[in-house]
Write a protein that binds this ligand. Structure first.
Ligand SMILES: *Cc1c(COP(=O)(O)O)cnc(C)c1O
Length: 452
């Protein structure tokens, strides 16, 4: 088949996620044949730098020999088995390993197969915990404006990205939403340099007044990713964690995006040295090879479900591909690579270069904010730098930059007006310099690109 035959077939049969399919008529999907390291190759000989880690899941680069080998070996033994009434060594080893890497207090692992289900699991466990111990009025959740926790109905109910969720809102369960620590657009009008984390007040007041009806607070630690790569101070996270303890509500940390080294530490919550009641993991867990997710929780929560069968405290929840053995092996291999390749040490050495390169873009036209942590960096474009007036959604700034990025070999997939890099940890210094230079070029020519 020719290239255009493939594309015609794709558009005939596939419905792509987060895509206005009508756009594909003038700008069809790119047919990728292969990937190596941080580069993707299409069938026409074009090369693209995977600057967003294949939707934030690739960690050690594409086609890593160690992960491939682990999957192939497992494939000859056992490809899948139901995880109720049965178990297998990869899941046992991985659970043990995850517990050793995550904050103290997390001692039980519940596997599933994607980020949204890891969140659903945490929400349902928290909810049922309070039911099981007789506090049946604690049924609501608190989440942040601009927060994102997945696309299933439960996860959307605690989501704060209107563009994605608004149309579905009649389906949501009731939850409380508070403003987020969005420093560039501070909800209480402060400057970061002198702020005392006053933006925690709405959360504090809510917990003080309504803790009797609240099951849990759910947060993305330090980086609100899909909401616009909003990076907030660790002091906020620390205070929020303290408040959940004080007012006896659970803290669910959604590390689906931030986990596995993205921020320069294995998990973002390590910056605040806190102990959540739940932690949700997915995306980077298998370094982007196979779907897998895990929800970790504490002994205390586990014990509230542990009872004689007839007491009705069982957790009736599960997914067919829970703890898939191939995926567990991929995850174990990925964690070994962290050790063998000294991934985090290398990342910490490289981070300052990324941050410096991004700082150089701060003075460019339309660049309102530059923010970064670890191997994540974001640039918020604004119409007017002094008033911070945003571009309108219908101006499709992000889309125009996306298309320009592809021409220049970069997979920028902006979130609205926020252009970001979410780099595979495996990136080399030379590649990092190349990517930032290209991004700089694009931003320098932005007036031409957006024709504004
Ligand atoms: C992507 C994401 C999810 C959802 O994960 P899926 O695997 O896409 O369902 C949940 N939480 C956060 C923070 C995410 O970034």
């Amino acid at each position: 088949m020719t290239h255009s035959d493939w594309i015609r077939k794709d558009l005939k049969y596939n419905w792509h996620p987060y895509t206005q399919m009508k756009d594909c008529r003038s700008f069809p999907p790119i047919l990728i044949e292969q990937a190596r390291g941080i580069k993707l190759y299409d069938n026409k000989g074009n090369v693209y730098y995977d600057t967003i880690s294949s939707w934030w899941c690739n960690v050690h680069g594409h086609n890593h020999p160690k992960i491939k080998k682990a999957i192939k070996k497992q494939l000859d033994l056992l490809e899948h088995v139901l995880f109720a009434g049965f178990t297998h060594k990869p899941a046992i080893l991985l659970a043990e390993k995850l517990i050793s890497l995550t904050p103290q207090g997390l001692s039980k692992v519940f596997f599933s197969d994607n980020g949204s289900t890891s969140v659903e699991t945490a929400l349902k466990m928290s909810f049922q915990y309070w039911q099981n111990i007789g506090k049946s009025e604690k049924i609501k959740f608190v989440s942040l404006d601009h927060g994102y926790h997945g696309d299933t109905i439960g996860a959307m109910s605690v989501g704060g990205v209107d563009l994605f969720n608004k149309i579905f809102s009649p389906l949501f369960f009731k939850s409380f939403k508070v403003s987020s620590p969005y420093c560039y657009r501070c909800p209480v009008g402060k400057q970061r340099s002198s702020c005392q984390i006053d933006c925690i007040k709405p959360l504090e007041n809510l917990l003080k007044n309504k803790n009797g009806e609240i099951a849990a607070v759910i947060l993305e630690p330090l980086v609100m990713a899909a909401g616009g790569m909003i990076i907030y101070p660790k002091e906020y996270l620390k205070k929020a964690a303290g408040l959940t303890k004080k007012y006896n509500v659970h803290l669910i940390l959604d590390e689906v995006a931030t986990g596995f080294g993205r921020t320069g530490k294995m998990f973002a919550c390590e910056y605040a040295n806190i102990r959540p009641d739940f932690m949700c993991l997915s995306k980077g867990i298998t370094s982007g090879t196979l779907p897998l997710a895990a929800t970790l929780t504490t002994e205390k929560i586990y014990k509230a479900f542990y009872a004689e069968y007839n007491q009705g405290k069982t957790f009736y929840h599960g997914h067919t591909y829970t703890a898939n053995p191939l995926a567990c092996q991929a995850a174990l291999a990925s964690l070994e690579i962290f050790k063998e390749e000294n991934t985090l040490v290398k990342v910490r050495k490289l981070m300052p270069l990324l941050h410096k390169e991004l700082e150089n873009m701060r003075n460019l036209e339309f660049v309102g904010d530059v923010r970064y942590i670890g191997m994540i960096g974001a640039i918020e474009l604004v119409k007017d730098k002094s008033t911070k007036e945003p571009f309108k959604a219908r101006e499709r700034i992000g889309y125009k930059i996306y298309r320009e990025g592809l021409k220049k070999g970069l997979i920028l997939r902006p979130l609205g007006n926020i252009i970001y890099l979410y780099l595979p940890l495996k990136i080399k210094e030379k590649e990092l310099r190349f990517v930032s230079r290209r991004l700089y070029e694009i931003l320098r020519n932005i007036r031409r690109i957006i024709k504004w």
